[in-house]
Design a binder for this molecule. Structure first.
Ligand code: GUN
Length: 296
């Protein structure tokens, strides 16, 4: 039987409805949740992500401002912009879209965001809190992966999750989230990466397989155990002359072959992507609730 398709669009819609109610509750208390986004340059993928964030914010009732900075902006100018958003009480969340130009230190810019407004969960203080299991804004993609699993009916509790990829944005924080002794987590986690000699030896042991390597269709059906739940975090643009845009999006998994073998799989697009944006909205609402003295 073909795999169940876990739709990030459907789960996102459900969460966004919940967030609209929370935003309305905040407004009754005179608080409008706010998100400030900094976009440097004209990278097409970044523009598309930032546009999706602005649209989601508007739909939910979050006041959103995108500050577009020219591609040649200096590190100092970017830091000054972040400083302005840190100080501006209208914004509960501040986000700098990555990647930044090569000559700018992304670490320096991220470290400059107020930890309380760090809705990406990238600030070292929040990374430390996550590792320690303390309350903090959770990085949006890992948070979205966990929500997709739990709300899709595939809780990771007690399962062996194999994560392929060790990035600071997905692989490492996802592992930190999944090993917590908490509801919706409590999994056994293996991380595979470019230094793992035989990835298939590990992926075949997965109850849940997360592909976050950033390489189009690198995970093949032979690498997946029958009955596995597969979460594809990859968003890769591949040339496609038949598409008006000249490209199409594919994940890190060979979707067509794996869906004949897996218990469930997320599509690309329409899987993890919409969840990342939705969890950013969740973090913004939670930051506003904390500030308003409402317990999230
Ligand atoms: N670029 C790609 N993904 C992300 C993300 O989750 N947050 C930010 N700030 N930039 C990104």
């Amino acid at each position: 039987m073909p795999a169940k398709i876990i739709s990030g669009r459907e789960v996102s819609c459900q969460i966004r409805e919940e967030l609209k109610i929370r935003a309305a509750r905040l407004k009754e208390k005179g608080v409008v949740p706010g998100l400030g986004v900094v976009l440097v340059g004209e990278d097409a993928a970044s523009i598309s992500y930032v546009t999706a964030k602005a649209k989601a914010a508007e739909e939910i009732g979050i006041f959103e401002t995108t500050i577009n900075m020219p591609p040649a902006s200096s590190e100092e100018e970017i830091l000054r912009t972040v400083d302005g958003l840190n100080r501006d009480g209208r914004y509960n969340g501040v986000l700098v879209q990555l990647p930044l130009p090569k000559y700018v230190s992304a670490d320096k810019v991220i470290n400059f965001i107020s930890p309380e407004k760090d809705v990406d969960g990238f600030h070292p203080i929040n990374v430390g809190k996550l590792l320690r299991g303390e309350p903090c804004p959770l990085p949006c993609t890992p948070y979205g992966v966990v929500q997709l699993l739990v709300r899709g009916g595939y809780s990771p509790e007690g399962k062996h999750v194999v994560v392929c990829g060790r990035s600071n944005i997905v692989g490492k924080p996802l592992a930190a989230l999944l090993i917590q002794k908490k509801k919706g987590a409590n999994a056994t986690v293996t991380i595979c990466h470019t230094g793992t000699p035989d990835i298939t030896r590990f992926t075949l042991q997965a109850d849940i397989l997360v592909a976050a390597m950033g390489v189009p269709r690198i995970i093949k059906a032979e690498m997946v155990r029958a009955g596995c739940v597969v979460i594809d975090v990859g968003v890769n643009r591949v040339p496609d002359a038949a598409s008006p845009k000249g490209f199409r999006l594919v994940g890190d998994c060979d979707f067509e072959a794996i869906k004949e073998k897996a218990e469930a799989i997320t599509p690309v697009p329409g899987g993890v992507g919409p969840m990342t944006v939705t969890m950013l909205m969740m973090n913004t609402i939670e930051a506003a609730e904390r500030k308003a003295g409402l317990t999230p």
